[in-house]
Structure formats: structure tokens, C-alpha cells
Design a protein around this ligand. Sequence first.
Ligand SMILES: Cc1cc2nc3c(=O)[nH]c(=O)nc-3n(C[C@H](O)[C@H](O)[C@H](O)COP(=O)(O)O)c2cc1C
Length: 200
Amino acid sequence: MPMIRETIVTTMSASGAVHIAPFGIIAEGDGWTIAPFRPSATIDNLHAVPFAVANYTDDVRVFAGCLTGRRDWPVTAADRVPVPRLAGALAHAELAVADVVEDAERPRFRCRVVHRASHAPFEGLNRAKAAVVEAAILVSRLDRLPRERIEAEMASLATAVDKTAGPEEQEAWGWLVEKVWRYYAERGDITIVPGTITSR
Ligand SMILES: Cc1cc2nc3c(=O)[nH]c(=O)nc-3n(C[C@H](O)[C@H](O)[C@H](O)COP(=O)(O)O)c2cc1C
């Protein structure tokens, strides 16, 4: 299996609207492959404007935020491609689409790196950050995974958050937990009464 790096990908529509979404970009030779499932604004944008920025950030609120309706993160111009980068990224890689492997379910946009830059020091690993990224992936699959598995994995990830989170990780975790409960409440699987949650 190739190495996958969890990033925030910025893309742009033909009219210049910036789209921000987490993607696990796939290492292939010297480049990176972006493989979004359909339907996807990222797919539409990469066809319209064949450039992207892979933003490397340890601010896990961006991962959790994008999955919970909070996509409005500050961006700034990139150096060599027309698509902006995340203003708060520790580092970024500017990508140009080299070719597209079309697929009915999950096309693959093979990209070459045209430029890289670093902006701020990486301050080390943190278990709560990793847990938030894992939970964000679970939230992106709420419609495809059984509720028992979501709840068991969230309960396991909560330990790392309880033990090691700072304020940013706590905020991001809270958004994800709320999204999970809201999803099952909207389906009628649970009832949320202030202070209690009742399973049906
Ligand atoms: C860490 C992380 C990695 C993800 N990687 C992928 C991916 O490789 N492909 C994909 O389709 N969605 C991935 N997702 C889910 C997308 O971010 C989410 O579905 C997003 O809205 C994509 O659709 P869009 O292009 O319309 O924004 C990932 C989510 C997270 C949190």
C-alpha cells in the first residue's frame, strides 16, 4: 500500500470560489494523487482549474471544521499556482494535475509538485490531534458505517482526547461529537433531551 498523508486540499472553481476539504493524498513517485469519491466539489474544481494546494497543518480544527460545516478558514495567495493556500498552514505543496484516471466512483488526479514552502515550525506529535483526524474520517463515513462501530471507535478515541488535548483539540472534538449525535437524532435513532441522550 502507498503512503497516504492527511492534508487539507484547496482547489478553486472557474469563477474563483475557493474550496477547502481534507484529503488523504496518495504518494506516487515524486507526486501526489488526489482521489475524491463522487460527487465532489474538489472533482469539479480540478477539472475546471487543474491545480491544487496540499496544506500541511496540525490545527485539527480545520479537519473537524470542514466536516461540520465550518469551511471558512483564512487563505492567502500561493507562490506558483492560481489556487490559494491555507494562511495557517505549517507548510504546503503546490500541485499541478498531470493526468486524470477517470472512474465512475473515484477518479484519481495524479499531480506533480511545482513548488513547496514552509511557514512555521512543527511542534511535535500529539495523540489528541491524531484522534481528531481519525474521528473526522469516521464522521465523513457516517452514512456508510454501522452506528455500533462509530460509537465504539469514538469511545476509544475519546481517551486520547481526555488525556492529551489542548483547547483547539477539545473544540474540534466537540464539533465532531455534536455532529455524530445530531446525525443519529435526525434519523430518529436517538432522542436528545438537554442533559441526557436516550437510545431507541
Ligand atoms: C483526514 C481525512 C481524509 C479524507 N480523505 C478523503 C479522500 O481521500 N477521498 C474522499 O473522497 N474523501 C476524503 N475525505 C472526506 C472529504 O474530506 C469530504 O467528503 C469532502 O467533503 C469531500 O467532498 P468535496 O470535494 O465535495 O468537499 C477525508 C476526510 C478526512 C477527515
